[in-house]
Design a protein around this ligand. Structure first.
Ligand code: FRU
Length: 483
């Protein structure tokens, strides 16, 4: 259905913008995280391993670093360490996605990629684009080689959705179970026409042929939990199910929901097609910059999660704007489950970029070069008190007495970021990655993660602790990605 001539013209314009990128001059360019070649990036999309190759697509606005019409950009890798940027694969070039090729997923079967995504359409006229004026189509594109992509096929339109929903329905994630294909879509129900009654929900569709879809169920919290759920994902870890969502509209609390929008998971018991029970909602990440994650199962059977290292509608900023780009993706995190909690740990492969290992002295400031990995392990008993002063402006501290883990910017290296707090009963381990303008801190073997962007003038680290803590530090040497 897409007009390949229009598409070609659009892609040429994207390539032109990419040729003029300033990203390679930016001291805050990321060293081992995926980022846009120029302009704006948001959600990871279509994650899969296909015929041995890892594919990461992403929401991409190449012409405007503050966001604009969405394309899908495309990275491939054989090892999730060195990535090759392949260019845009889809742009807003049909009547069914003319205002954005929105988020979606890839389902792989019999040597074929099935890419499902939301085609965003804004009709002209006087609309609020919530209750009217917006088309939220599900479209399909296929590929046999991961390089050439078929025409777009329209599968689901607004008419197919239940009438008690607003037109905010999007982000299809597809999987197969018990011989049937399933798709979850994030939605915003509205019962009585007033804005305050909007409820975030997930729509579950089923199909026998990957093309014709019928509504199977709706999933919601026992009580209203935000007005909109974006980017749903059904994750299976050793037979336990978790429903991941990115809810909008949660009230901020001292130790919870501190960002403008959240993302997290519910343990799901029972049958998602019929009667189900949702457990307690757990946030994926307690830092300033994390949203809209997506998982996939790789050919080894690992379940891997990648998030957007950024958020929409934030009141802090990113200094990378000076170089015409914004945001990145998190490191791939391998998921596992322990006592009902999902653990997230950086993939094994990352060890390959370690250059040199050193032990570091506690209570002494050391100078670093902006690409490093740190591990702190308690010896004998859990840690009572710890403070890490990172680049003279970010303090990460823990106090067992109060059970508070805190990430706090003390000056403007956070570009407007202030403080995030989490309750943590005990601290045994910190595993941290610093990549020029990003930090990811994995706590207690991935029970909690804190991700943030930051913009330091120098890279220093001081670990303040009285106790017996084993520390290891690696300088990292990733292959440089040139755009
Ligand atoms: C989440 C999101 C999705 C949507 C996409 C558009 O960040 O709002 O719901 O498909 O971004 O870029």
């Amino acid at each position: 259905m897409n007009n390949k001539i229009i598409e070609k013209k659009m892609f040429e314009k994207v390539r032109e913008a990419e040729k003029n990128t300033k990203i390679n001059q930016d001291p805050y360019k990321l060293g081992f995280h995926l980022m846009p070649p120029t302009g704006w990036l948001n959600d990871p999309n279509g994650l899969c391993q296909f015929k041995g190759v890892y594919h990461v697509f992403f929401q991409y606005s190449p012409f405007d670093a503050e966001g604009g019409d969405k394309f899908w950009g495309h990275y491939v890798s054989k090892d999730m360490i060195s990535w090759e940027y392949k260019g845009p694969i889809m742009g807003p070039d049909t009547p069914y996605d003319k205002d954005g090729v929105y988020s979606g997923s890839t389902f792989v079967e019999d040597g074929k990629m099935y890419i499902y995504y939301t085609g965003n359409v804004k009709e002209s006229g006087n609309h609020d684009y919530i209750t009217s004026g917006r088309g939220a189509n599900v479209l399909l594109v296929t590929s046999e080689d991961g390089e050439n992509f078929s025409d777009k096929q329209l599968l689901i339109t607004n008419e197919d959705y239940p009438s008690n929903y607003t037109c905010h329905i999007r982000d299809p994630k597809v999987w197969k179970e018990d011989g049937v294909y399933y798709m979850v879509l994030g939605g915003r129900e509205n019962i009585d026409g007033t804005e305050f009654s909007d409820i975030g929900k997930v729509l579950v569709y089923s199909s026998d042929d990957l093309k014709n879809w019928k509504l199977e169920n709706e999933i919601a919290g026992k009580e209203r939990f935000g007005y909109m759920w974006e980017c749903p994902d059904m994750i299976d870890l050793n037979g336990s199910k978790f429903l991941s969502i990115s809810p909008q509209g949660l009230e901020s609390e001292e130790f919870k929901y501190q960002n403008v929008h959240q993302s997290g998971y519910y343990p799901l018991e029972g049958d998602f097609r019929k009667e189900y029970f949702l457990g307690n909602f757990v946030e994926w990440d307690m830092g300033f910059d994390f949203y809209a994650p997506q998982s996939f199962v790789d050919e080894k059977g690992r379940v891997i999660l990648i998030g957007w290292m950024g958020l929409p509608d934030i009141d802090y900023t990113n200094k990378t704007l000076e170089y015409g780009w914004q945001h990145g993706l998190t490191l791939p995190r391998e998921l596992s489950v322990k006592d009902g909690i999902v653990l997230q740990n950086p993939i094994e492969e990352l060890k390959k970029i370690r250059k040199s290992e050193e032990e570091i002295e506690l209570n002494e400031e050391i100078a670093l070069d902006g690409l490093y990995e740190l591990e702190l392990n308690s010896i004998g008993k859990s840690i009572d008190k710890l403070k890490m002063i990172i680049s003279k402006g970010l303090e990460v501290s823990y106090d067992k007495e109060t059970s508070i883990l805190k990430m706090e910017f003390k000056n403007d290296i956070g570009a407007g970021r202030d403080v995030r707090k989490a309750k943590l009963q005990s601290l045994d381990k910190i595993h941290m990655f610093v990549d020029k303008s990003s930090i990811e801190i994995f706590v207690n073997n991935g029970k909690m993660v804190l991700t943030t962007r930051f913009y330091p003038e120098q890279y220093t680290l001081e670990i303040i602790a009285d106790e017996n803590i084993e520390s290891r530090l690696w300088n990292l040497a990733p292959e440089e990605m040139k755009f």
